[in-house]
Design a protein around this ligand. Sequence first.
Ligand code: ADP
Length: 252
Amino acid sequence: MKTILKLENVVKKFSGLVAVEDLTIEMAERSIHALIGPNGSGKTTTINLITGVLPLTSGVIRFNDTVISGMPTYKIAQKGIGRTFQNLKLFNSMTVIENLMVGGHQMTKMGMYKFLFDCHTAKREEKILKERAREVLTFIGIDKWRNEKVSNLPYGRQKMTELGRALMMKPKLLLLDEPAGGLNPSERVEFVNILLKTYDLGIDLLLIEHNMDVVMNVSNKITVLNFGKKIAEGSPEEIQKDNEVIKAYLGE
Ligand code: ADP
């Protein structure tokens, strides 16, 4: 088994508060790995540490054997780690396709100066981005809404748009913060299907998710956090039977 992502003794403190405590996680290549735990257990902080949004207090994070902790966020993204956010970070007054094109800008590695002042190259860049965006939108099934303003779309399609934006960069690993959150049951089924299709493309998934049906149905492995500490890890069957996990969720 090859490891795609490894957190080694990761600690994150916010002044006095220990949000993540001595956390070690190994995520296998070609897997869907879930990170679960009650509110405030350190899940989003962990994703922010992996993506470089927050600096670690101590510990090391490796992606495919390369140490990524300490790198700036854009470099980590260029290495092949994409993400979506719990509270969508879309440009609401822009259209679906424009949101994807903004997300893919880094893909073409063209500097902003050149983009603004070199008309010929900018046009070429726009064409590449548009083609890639159409490909992604078709893949996730929302191409017919490409020219709609994001603010006019139902929440489920906004979430799809965000997934699409993350796919523009062709990540090898995608971190998803509550992908099923806020979706109605039919949107949830649709979204899970797209996630499985995304996995089949060769993209490994690390997800934070509260919906236990989703977690238990899609994950190969689950890590459970409580108060910043790992309290259990294993297959969905193992986690469902784990007494520590049951206690953490029932608040005993
Ligand atoms: P979860 O995603 O599991 O709900 P979080 O990672 O958001 O948990 O939070 C873990 C703990 O760290 C919580 O106690 C939270 O209040 C705290 N925390 C998160 N971000 C910050 C921050 N920027 N500054 C101070 N405390 C924070």
